[in-house]
Write a protein that binds this ligand. Structure first.
Ligand SMILES: Nc1nc2c(ncn2[C@@H]2O[C@H](COP(=O)(O)OP(=O)(O)OP(=O)(O)O)[C@@H](O)[C@H]2O)c(=O)[nH]1
Ligand SMILES: [Mg+2]
Length: 339
């Protein structure tokens, strides 16, 4: 049974109360044991609702630092709102260590959305980013969807595995690039363009206009070599200027046709099942790791092992093997040689 405070919070959140939605997010992001019960009840209720009716489509917005992801989300989001949509945005807090401060003032680039009653912008707190995704991004997305936000954007940190993780969590993957400097095909080199359902060449304005057109052609050519990862959709490349708004209408129309193709080819329910399965593996992997690494016996042994490495006394393969066995003996205290 849900306690009274939580059920009141849920009720308000579902009625569109933004303060309640913010509180609900803080609750599901909290690691405090006393908060987890209420958080899980809240999420369970949202999950049940979404199984009946999920209004949301969820896009990952990826791209190198400074290409204009936040500005693009602002322009696109405001356009979507003008057509009657409710837009949810998730970003990573600028002080997050993983971005090395490369994400500058996301919210200040989204002032229109931040002050719109049809948008909700949420920054994942620093230190909760793992593998480029917020630890509780899936939870926050679930709240946004249940609260009726029908277009959800996640701005990812362009590092390593994060794009692949983001891809698994979302319905569509938008890669933002900028023209010029020979960096056009950066995403291709990094193996990220394969993931893109839509490539946006941003900053197609002023002196960059021609270069943007060139970059678009290069991306279109390069993408011929990739087979689409999603059924019923051929990846599209578009140019736009997030700053002037030029081309943003066309981008939104493309998102809408993507949504149609996506829901026609696969049932949303099936997609959500895949995403849940992926998430379960991901989240439990993190939990298992934390539980083990923070176990006092392992912690002490690790501390000693690191010291041994420093003192050049270590036989590191032997050490790893010993610690693995120690972990096994913690999990299976009664068994010898459990594997
Ligand atoms: N000329 C031009 N500048 C742009 C455009 N979009 C963004 N910018 C500028 O590019 C810079 C970076 O924009 P952001 O939106 O913060 O880029 P971002 O990709 O979110 O950056 P990080 O989050 O730090 O990775 C800012 O100075 C923007 O004003 C555009 O369409 N044209
Ligand atoms: Mg940004």
């Amino acid at each position: 049974m849900m306690d009274q405070a939580t059920s009141l919070l849920l009720e308000k959140m579902l009625q569109g109360d933004r303060i309640a939605l913010g509180k609900a997010m803080t609750l599901v992001e909290s690691d405090r044991v006393s908060d987890r019960d209420s958080a899980i009840q809240l999420l369970a209720s949202c999950e049940r609702r979404l199984r009946e009716n999920d209004p949301s489509i969820r896009f990952a917005i990826s791209g190198a630092p400074g290409v204009g992801k936040s500005t693009f989300i602002e322009a696109l989001g405001l356009k979507a709102i003008s057509q009657g949509h409710k837009v949810g945005v998730m970003t990573i807090d600028p002080t997050s260590s993983i971005s090395h401060g490369s994400i500058l003032g996301d919210k200040s680039r989204m002032t229109g959305l931040a002050t719109s009653s049809s948008a909700f912008v949420r920054s994942s707190p620093a230190g909760t980013v793992l593998g480029g995704m917020g630890r509780r991004s899936h939870e926050v997305m679930t709240l946004l969807a249940a609260a009726g936000y029908d277009i959800i954007f996640i701005e990812t940190v362009g590092v390593g595995q994060s794009e692949h993780t983001a891809w698994q969590f979302t319905d569509g993957f938008i890669l933002v690039v900028q023209p010029g400097g020979g960096d056009e095909l950066q995403g291709i080199k990094r193996g990220i363009t394969e993931l893109a359902d839509i490539v946006i060449v941003n900053k197609a304005d002023g002196p960059l206009t021609d270069l943007a057109r060139l970059a678009k052609t290069q991306y279109q050519n390069a993408m011929h070599y990739f087979s689409s990862l999603r059924t019923n959709w051929t990846p599209k490349t578009l140019t736009c200027s997030a700053l002037t708004g030029h081309g943003i209408g066309e981008v939104l129309a493309t998102l809408q046709s993507y949504r149609e193709a996506f829901t026609a080819s696969t049932s949303l329910l099936e997609e959500r099942k895949k995403q849940k399965a992926f998430w379960l593996n991901w989240t439990l992997g993190i939990t298992a790791n934390q539980l083990m690494i923070n176990h006092p016996v392992i912690k002490d042994r690790m501390h000693a092992a690191l010291q041994e490495i420093q003192n050049d006394q270590s036989l590191v393969f032997q050490t790893a093997f010993d610690i693995e066995n120690l972990m096994r003996s913690i999990i299976y205290p009664d068994k010898k040689n459990a594997s």
